[in-house]
Write a protein that binds this ligand. Structure first.
Ligand code: GLC
Ligand code: CA
Length: 554
C-alpha cells in the first residue's frame, strides 16, 4: 500500500491535457496516451477534475450525473482502460467529487422544481411569497446566492453559479445517495478522492443576513461538517485501507483542518487551504492588481505548517491548480528567470511538511497566457467579474490586466507537449487558445534537456522516496524576518534539511543561526537550481532566485 505522505499527486484538467480525437477538447483516451510521461515524472496518483455528465457551465463542477462519463471526455470503457493502464505503471487514480452542489440539470433538481416533495428536500429551498431573498449572502462567483423559482414560490441556495444548487446534507437520504456514488467509483478501482469545497456542506440552522461579509462565516466549517465527514469515511472509503482523500477547504481555519486531517478523527487524509494564495489580493479582494506580499506569504505558510504539525494533521502542499494563475507568473519571474524561479518555487513547496500536488504544466514552468481581449476568456467566474468590474466603471484595459493576472483561465490553457501545431495538444481547434510560448516551453524540449524544470521536479519526487526526512521530519522556521529569503529546516533524529530560497532577482545574503554548529555534521547539497551553488557555510550568498537544500547528518 502507498504511503500518502511519501506520495506526490499530479492534477490533470482533462479538458486541457490531451485531445485524442481531434475535437479540440482533451479526453480520457488522451490521458491514457500520456501515462508514460507521468510515469517518467514519477508521480503516484493522478487527480482528474470532473469528467461526469455536465452542462459544463463551470467546466464539470456542475454535475448532472455522478456515475457516467460525459461523452465529450469519452466512455466508461475509456475510463476503465485508463485506470488499468495507470495501475500497470504504479499510478493510481483520484477522482474529484463535487458534493456541495449539483447542476440544476441533475434529475434530482429537475424533480425538485417539478414540486416533488422528496427531491425538494434534497436542496435548500426557502419559500417566500413576498419574493424577498432569504438572506443577503453573495455567490462566490458574484451576484446573489439565492435564485427565485416562480413555480415553487421559493428560493434555492447556490453558493456558486446559479446552475449549481447546494445540496441539503441535513437530509439523511442525500447523504446515503452520496455514499452510493463514492462506493460506485471505489468499485471501479479508484484509490483517491478529492472532495470539492467540502467544508461548505453543513449549513447553519438559522439563515440570517450577514452585515459584515458575504455570508461565508455562517456556512464555512459549518455545525455538522465533522460529523458528516466521519459518516462518509465510515460508510465509504474508511472501509478500505488503501484509499486516500483530500478535502478542498474554503476560507477555513487551522483548528478545523487539524480535525479534518488528523488520523484519529477518521475524516480525511489531508486538506487543501488557500490562505497563502490570497497574498496578492488588495484588501482581500481578488479582482485587484497587487504585487504579492512576501512577508505575509511566509507568515501564512509558516503558521499553517506549525499549526497542522502541532495538531498532528496533514496538509496538501501546492502552488497551482485549475483555479489559480500560474505560479511562475505570480510569485516567480516568467521571463528572464523562468527556469531558476520555477525550480525555486518547486523546491519551496516540495520540502514542506505535507503531500505535494503538481498541476499539469507546472513541471514545465508553464506561464499565464496574457489573453488580450475578453472574447478569449471561457471561465464563468472571469466572465461574471468582467461584467461586475465593467458595471463598477473600470476601464476595459484595466479589467483585462486584472484578468491576465487573476483569471482561472490562466491555468486552463492546453498542455504544451511540443513545438508542433497547438503544442501537440490537439489536431483540431483547441477549446481555449494556447499560450503563445509553447514553441519554446514544452514537454518535448524539456525531456531532452537534463537541466530542465521537468527534471528538477522529477528529482524532487525521487528524493521524497529516498529520504524519510522529507515526509517525516519536523518543520522549523528559520530567519523569519528575512526580506527576500524563505528558509526553513526539517529535522528527523540526527538528520537535518536546510531549505533556502531567494524569492527575488536581487542577490541575498543568508546567515545561519549561531546555534547550528556545522562542524558537528557531514553535509552535502541535496538539490539546487544553479549548477555551482556553494557548499554550506555560516554565511550563504544567493544569486537571483537561487534555491539550495542542504542535507546534514551527524
Ligand atoms: C472548487 C473548484 C472550482 C469550482 C468550485 C465550485 O473551488 O475547484 O473549480 O468552480 O469548487 O464547484
Ligand atoms: Ca477530444
Amino acid at each position: 500500500m502507498k504511503n500518502f505522505r511519501k506520495s506526490v499527486v499530479y492534477q490533470i484538467y482533462p479538458k486541457s491535457f490531451n485531445d485524442a480525437n481531434g475535437d479540440g477538447i482533451g479526453d480520457l483516451k488522451g490521458v491514457t496516451k500520456r501515462l508514460d510521461y507521468l510515469k517518467l515524472l514519477g508521480v503516484d496518483y493522478i487527480w482528474l477534475t470532473p469528467f461526469y455528465i455536465s452542462p459544463q457551465r463551470d467546466n464539470g463542477y456542475d454535475v448532472a450525473d455522478y456515475c457516467n462519463i460525459d461523452p465529450v471526455f469519452g466512455t466508461m470503457e475509456d475510463f476503465e482502460e485508463m485506470v488499468s493502464e495507470a495501475r500497470k505503471l504504479g499510478i493510481d487514480i483520484m477522482l474529484d467529487m463535487v458534493f456541495n452542489h449539483t447542476s440544476t440539470e441533475h434529475p434530482w433538481f429537475k424533480k425538485a422544481i417539478r414540486n416533488e416533495e422528496k427531491y425538494k428536500k434534497y436542496y435548500i429551498f426557502k419559500e417566500d411569497i413576498d419574493r424577498e431573498s432569504p438572506t443577503n449572502w453573495s455567490s462566490k462567483f458574484g451576484g446573489p446566492a439565492w435564485e427565485y423559482v416562480e413555480e415553487l414560490k421559493a428560493y434555492y441556495l447556490h453558493l456558486f453559479d446559479v446552475t449549481q444548487a447546494d445540496l441539503n446534507w441535513e437530509n439523511e437520504e442525500v447523504r446515503k445517495e452520496i455514499f452510493k456514488i463514492v462506493e460506485f467509483w471505489i468499485n471501479k478501482g479508484v484509490k483517491g478522492f478529492r472532495l470539492d469545497v467540502v467544508n461548505l456542506i453543513s449549513k447553519p440552522e438559522k439563515y440570517e443576513n450577514d452585515n459584515e461579509g458575504d455570508g461565508r462565516r455562517f456556512y464555512t466549517d459549518g455545525p455538522h461538517v465533522h460529523e458528516y465527514l466521519k459518516e462518509l469515511n465510515r460508510d465509504t472509503f474508511g472501509k478500505y485501507d488503501d484509499i486516500i482523500t483530500v478535502g478542498e477547504m474554503s476560507s477555513t481555519t487551522i483548528d478545523h483542518c487539524v480535525k479534518y486531517s488528523k488520523p484519529e478523527e477518521k475524516e480525511l487524509s489531508m486538506v487543501f487551504n488557500f490562505h497563502h494564495l490570497k497574498v496578492d489580493y488588495k484588501e482581500g479582494d481578488k479582482w485587484t492588481l497587487m504585487d504579492f506580499d512576501f512577508k505575509m506569504l511566509k507568515e501564512i505558510i509558516t503558521s499553517w505548517q506549525l499549526g497542522i504539525q502541532e495538531g498532528e494533521g496533514w496538509s496538501a502542499v501546492f502552488w497551482c491548480n485549475h483555479d489559480q494563475p500560474r505560479i511562475v507568473s505570480r510569485f516567480g519571474n516568467d521571463t528572464k528567470y523562468i527556469k531558476e524561479s520555477a525550480k525555486m518555487l518547486a523546491t519551496t513547496v516540495h520540502m514542506l511538511r505535507g503531500t505535494p500536488y503538481i498541476y499539469q504544466g507546472e513541471e514545465l514552468g508553464m506561464t499565464n497566457p496574457y489573453f488580450e481581449h475578453i472574447g478569449l476568456y471561457k471561465d464563468i467566474e472571469s466572465i461574471n467579474y468582467y461584467n461586475i468590474l465593467k458595471e463598477q466603471g473600470k476601464a476595459e484595459e484595466e479589467i483585462i490586466k486584472i484578468l491576465q493576472s487573476k483569471s482561472r483561465d490562466n491555468s486552463r490553457t492546453p498542455m504544451q507537449w511540443s513545438e508542433d501545431n497547438n503544442g501537440g495538444f490537439t489536431e483540431g481547434i483547441p477549446w481555449i487558445p494556447l499560450s503563445k510560448n509553447y514553441k519554446y516551453i514544452n514537454a518535448k524540449q524539456q525531456l531532452g534537456d537534463k537541466d530542465s524544470i521537468f527534471y528538477h521536479y522529477k528529482k524532487l519526487i525521487q528524493l521524497r522516496k529516498e529520504l524519510n526526512i522529507i515526509s517525516e521530519g519536523i518543520f522549523k522556521p528559520m530567519m523569519e524576518d528575512h526580506e527576500s529569503v524563505f528558509a526553513y529546516e526539517r529535522e528527523l533524529n540526527n538528520e537535518k534539511l536546510i531549505v533556502i530560497n531567494n524569492f527575488y532577482e536581487k542577490e541575498a545574503v543568508f546567515e545561519l543561526p549561531k546555534s547550528l554548529k556545522l562542524s558537528e555534521y557531514n553535509s552535502k547539497i541535496l538539490i539546487s537550481n544553479y549548477e555551482d551553488s556553494s557548499e554550506i557555510s555560516n554565511i550563504i550568498k544567493l544569486r537571483s532566485y537561487e534555491s539550495v537544500v542542504y542535507y546534514l547528518e551527524k
